[in-house]
Design a protein. Structure first.
Lengths: 111, 113
């Protein structure tokens, strides 16, 4: 089993739609969680950290479920500019500070 | 500070040659990471440093790969006797030592012919 798993997609959604991605992780000791966005042939860029109580940044909402070991990202009112790959990242901080990335979920927002 | 800097941005080499990539992290960050990314995959962890100490290496990092961070500032990643399977984007990232997010450089794209 992979340490961090994501549905690779692609998710094709119309503008204005709401879309949600999930990511599961295998190490119950994982401490820090993030969502990154990566555009084609560019480096990953931090979208948002994920906090235990859940957090929101504009149209983006991230949630963490430690019991079920998954994190989610919700995008409301999708824009064409949201088209990208979304990477789930888990930092196993108990004894190691290795950040593990999922394979990414591709999103395409259609006009 | 302009962020994480990597060079060269692109490198084309022939199989069997050695290549070296350099990474200059954000100056306040004491952790530095190297990742490799191929098309359709997420970044794969290679190694990381805290200051000048290399604390962990992935099993992906064969004996042809070596990374250094001699003074705890910039880092180099060398690949000896390159193979076509080494063709990938090599990403460097840095962070504070608090489990916070990584900041990536633009990457060094390697093509081995």
């Amino acid at each position: 089993r992979k340490e961090v798993e994501q549905d690779p997609g692609p998710f094709n959604v119309p503008e204005g739609a709401t879309v949600a991605f999930n990511c599961t992780y295998s190490n119950s000791a994982s401490q820090s969680f993030f969502w990154y966005r990566q555009d084609c042939r560019k480096e990953p860029k931090l979208l948002m950290s994920v906090y235990s109580s859940g957090n929101e940044d504009g149209r983006f909402t991230a949630q963490l479920n430690r019991a079920s070991q998954y994190i989610s990202l919700l995008i409301r009112d999708s824009k064409l500019s949201d088209s990208a790959t979304y990477l789930c990242v888990v930092n196993n901080t108990s004894g190691t500070y290795k950040y593990i990335f999922g394979t990414g979920t591709r999103l395409k927002v259609l006009a | 500070d302009t962020g994480v800097s990597q060079n060269p941005r692109h490198k084309i080499t022939k199989r069997g040659q050695n290549v070296t990539f350099r990474c200059d992290p954000i100056s306040e960050h004491n952790r530095l990471y190297w990742y490799r990314q191929t098309l359709g995959q997420g970044p794969e962890f290679l190694t990381y440093f805290q200051n000048e100490a290399q604390l962990e290496k992935s099993r992906l990092l064969s004996d042809r790969f070596s990374a250094e961070r001699p003074k705890g500032s910039f880092s180099t990643l060398e690949i000896q006797r390159t193979e076509q399977g080494d063709s990938a984007m090599y990403l460097c990232a840095s962070s504070f030592a608090d489990g916070g997010p990584l900041t990536f450089g633009a990457g060094s794209r390697l093509t081995v012919l």
